[in-house]
Design a protein around this ligand. Structure first.
Ligand SMILES: Cc1cc2nc3c(=O)[nH]c(=O)nc-3n(C[C@H](O)[C@H](O)[C@H](O)COP(=O)(O)OP(=O)(O)OC[C@H]3O[C@@H](n4cnc5c(N)ncnc54)[C@H](O)[C@@H]3O)c2cc1C
Length: 383
């Protein structure tokens, strides 16, 4: 990170700017990826041993996700970036041999990218039983109709496949109605309508609004069995949450470094900002909060490794609330200490803030996570 990744950040932005194409892959990323592969720092995220990975446990991987997460370039440089990691895990756990050969292998090699299309503009998507896109069986095919948005990664020119969640079993119980199907993005009827910026930032991988208009794919593209969408989503959830949380702690730690450096070098009213009691309180609270959040996340990862995802359900929800709360506060205070520089693009802080703020509801709003924790707690008490 120190020798290669941080110094590449400026080059990356410059190459993107010069290309005039906001979603193209800057050459410096290809160099970083080639080096990461040579060093064996590639596909570190798969939590079990496979043909492609030695299999780090969730707890082993957690600190690595933090280190990579300190830079927007770190995860992709090591082929460990969302949403591909989650998609690769789905294919690894549930894909047929044919699906793995066609999609998983090139994803693990870093040759293509993928996206995950669940959220829809017309319904409250935090309640996934609402998902209305239809996946209808027609002979040897499935036909998909619906409108999605915030499909991250779909604007990358290398993005070849989307995992689409939709309703295939409308008469089944609510949690058995949804299925996931692999849709190559060059299938007729897939229309990328537009990219959605985040607080005005255009992310390189993009967040697409997509119309699936009578999209026909072979029935063999269904992942697992019809109606298993929730089961698959559940399996994907735990490791993905650990990754998101640890990457976010990485961003917050880097923000705290920047805060401290700025506070020591900036003079106001005759002394450095670091000498002000209020700034010292912010620094201390950040250290306490980040260490708590990190240990809580390690605990969730350890529970998953030793007792399974189900046993860690409360913690998998809990870290989402705890980590994004402290990370947002730390980044916000780092911006405050930087003054106007903090909201410019001269530091990574403004972009970190936008990313982390959005994650208070993306990947499940924190209200919904609190609700699940409280209900479990109440059930236990009444038992
Ligand atoms: C940067 C970014 C990337 C994303 N990437 C993807 C992606 O790759 N694929 C994908 O499918 N989606 C993606 N999303 C979408 C994201 O997952 C959804 O925004 C999220 O699930 C919430 O759905 P919604 O926007 O429909 O909000 P709604 O479901 O309409 O909820 C709005 C608000 O209602 C409140 N609320 C909801 N339920 C409750 C409750 N029970 N109690 C109290 N309050 C409640 C919460 O405050 C919530 O924020 C992304 C979003 C962002 C911003």
């Amino acid at each position: 990170m120190e020798e290669r990744v941080y110094p590449a950040e400026e080059t990356y932005e410059e190459q993107l700017r010069v290309s005039g194409q906001p979603h193209t892959l800057p050459p410096v990323m290809k160099d970083l990826q080639a080096e990461a592969r040579r060093l064996g720092l590639w596909n570190l995220f798969l939590p079990h041993e496979t043909e492609w990975s030695t299999g780090l446990s969730n707890l082993d991987y957690a600190p690595l996700a933090e280190i990579m997460g300190r830079s927007p370039l770190g995860p992709e440089a090591c082929n460990c970036s969302a949403p591909d990691t989650g998609n690769m895990e789905i294919l690894d756990l549930f894909g047929t041999h044919q699906q793995q050969e066609r999609w998983l292998r090139p994803l693990l090699m870093g040759e293509i990218r993928s996206c995950f299309s669940m959220t829809e503009p017309d319904i409250a998507s935090s309640d996934a039983t609402n998902i209305a896109t239809s996946i209808r069986r027609d002979g040897d095919d499935y036909v998909i109709d619906g409108r999605k948005w915030w499909t991250s990664g779909a604007m990358d020119p290398r993005c070849a496949v989307s995992i689409v969640m939709g309703r295939s079993e409308p008469d089944a119980p609510p949690h058995e109605q949804q299925s996931m199907v692999l849709v190559p993005l060059d299938t007729p009827g897939v229309h990328i309508v537009r990219n959605l910026p985040v607080f005005g930032y255009v992310d390189r991988e993009g967040h697409a609004e997509i119309r699936y208009d009578q999209v026909r794919v072979p029935a063999a593209n269904l992942i697992a069995e019809p109606g298993s969408g929730f089961r698959i989503a559940q399996a994907r959830l735990g490791p993905g949450r650990i990754h998101h949380c640890m990457r976010t702690i990485g961003k917050a730690e880097r923000s705290l470094d920047l805060l401290c450096r700025r506070a020591q070098s900036r003079m106001a009213f005759g002394r450095s900002l670091a000498e002000e009691g209020i700034v010292q309180t912010w620094i201390a609270d950040a250290r306490i909060g980040l260490d708590q959040a990190r240990l809580y996340t390690y605990y969730a990862a350890w529970l998953m490794d030793t007792q399974g995802n189900r046993a860690a359900a409360t913690e998998i929800s809990g870290i989402k609330v705890a980590v994004f709360d402290i990370a947002t506060r730390v980044i916000d205070r780092a911006i405050q200490v930087h003054g106007a520089a903090g909201v410019s693009s001269d530091t990574p802080l403004a972009r970190f803030y936008a990313d982390v703020r959005a994650l208070h509801f993306a990947d499940g709003p924190e209200e919904v996570h609190r609700r699940s924790i409280a209900r479990r707690e109440l059930r236990q008490q009444s038992r």
